[in-house]
Design a protein around this ligand. Sequence first.
Ligand code: UDP
Length: 357
Amino acid sequence: MRICVVSYHASPMARVGAGKSGGMSIVIRSLYGYLARFAEIDIFTQGSRGIIEPGPRMRLIHIAEHDPQRFAAAIAGHHHRRQYDLMHTHYWSSGVVGLYARRGLRIPWLHTLHTVEVLKTMRRDKTRIEIEEEIMRACDLVVSPTRQEAAAISARYPEVRVITIPHGVDTRRFTPTRNGHHNILFVGRIEPIKGIHFLIDALKILKLDVGLTLVGGSSKGAANLEGIRTYAAGLPVEFAGQVEHDRLAGYYSRAAMLAVPSHYESFGLVGLEAMASARPVVGFSHTGLQETVGRDAGILVKMGAGDLARAIQTLLADHGLRYRLGRRGWQKARAFDWSRIAHIYQRTYERIIEEEE
Ligand code: UDP
């Protein structure tokens, strides 16, 4: 099996946790790292670094084109030599490439949105909503990481074929340790959609001497980060900045809990990383965390600083509860190990290829 993966938006091998590189890069690296055991993987991204091989049977092909149509033409050139069995595009910008590429490739096309613009709770871009609609209608299969999101897509677009495959976690990298302290941890790109102001407000309500560690670099311009610094002035908030993914495990193990105060979170990889580290998660119940954290690996509440503060306080006051929720999270996280999730993808890819034949 030979797979063509499109990650037009950002190189999956770039540093994660700042700028435009976030969870999607981790998903692409992890998933195709495993799938390369069963298939040959060519990942297309923008850039001028030629072809590099991050691992056996896996090539990262840089194409120095900023025009999606010409980018798609370059993919078609590779297809001519490599004869891909399937194309999987990630994020709407890669989906635009897919719209052009499918004419030349004529192979099954899967698309993962990563964020669904129409389902966002703040600042939606009308043009992007229309483009995502066109991509969903044109591709053969949409892959969504949660049942909730898949159902929302089906409700809006009944003609779109959508399946659910959750994202995974590396349970060898993120493992339980005993040394949890009393700080609250946030991990993610610093941008408005991540709702960090809810967390600062919660700290203000609690008036506790609890430290908050914010891990992550600025994503949508430095203004948001500076705004948060000002808003958090006088509070015990540590700005740790962007941290390399393979150095993150220590942050989870030192934390009492992970807070995910996002306005919108399609899945929330950080929730799974905390679970694998046996740390409870606080966050909002309308997000993708509902299907990972659920009711027994943390406390999910209605969006708002007051409820978030109560959830944090409940956890801080009860070590036994933190331990139980953390332990349950760790048990649940094993089902999401990337090795398992990659198998689901493998079977899905095989099925779609067979259907086409
Ligand atoms: N991350 C990281 N270093 C940082 C901040 C974040 O490696 O400084 C990683 C984090 O561990 C997670 C990903 O970036 O794997 C963020 O994924 P998530 O789904 O939580 O959010 P997204 O970026 O997709 O909005």
